[in-house]
Ligand binder design. Sequence first.
Ligand code: ADP
Ligand code: MG
Length: 232
Amino acid sequence: SEDIIRRSEKLTLVGELAAGIAHEIRNPLTSLRGFMQMYMKEDIEGTRKLRNDVMISEIDRINEIVSELLVLAKPTNEVFELRDMAHIFNHVTRLLEGQANLYNVQIKGALDARLPLVQCQSSIKQVFINILKNAIESMPNGGEVVIQAKQMNENVYIRIHDEGHGIPQEEIAKIGNPFFTTKETGTGLGLMVSMRIIQNHRGTMRIESEVGKGTMVEVILPIHESRTASER
Ligand code: ADP
Ligand code: MG
């Protein structure tokens, strides 16, 4: 079960995106507004803490959505530099350590020792954060995530395997659509943003998945990104 995801045309669906953003941001704002009105009218002990928690988590959600969207708004001419993939994976793994522990998930690296430096933007980190977060979230009862990386010809192949719940075949095609999520508090923006960043690197992303067994996300990046900003 293989599905190549190379749908840059999706990223031009600005209208659909804008409508979705408006909808997603309006919901938490409506809730915040209602609570604030209540605050002005009454002051009942006990319910205050609960409302406070709701307000804070709604604000966090707006922040999450907006910061994911900001990646899209970032200029695509961010500098390309030779970067060490092992270093990037270590950094990203450290960032996600807390969430991994919470899910009882172990992140393991299996990187080719002779991996070359790769010409990439610092935003490439966000791609691996998004993929690893999904891998962790797919295993609520714990498990293992394995990161493999190897060079072949002019590309590096990075594979992230999980042992999670997997993705039904009919859903694989929807991944990367703005706001496609199967999670209660998902944003459905992580992989769209990731695809955009990978596209900016002239790379590709591919997903293989089996329901009940797990998922493999493969990112292929050219080692040398030699084009100038105006060509991108
Ligand atoms: P979000 O994580 O906010 O839902 P993403 O764009 O990161 O948004 O992912 C979109 C959807 O793709 C997820 O809701 C989930 O259904 C599916 N998905 C992505 N990665 C995985 C994975 N490793 N295992 C299972 N499902 C996944
Ligand atoms: Mg995600």
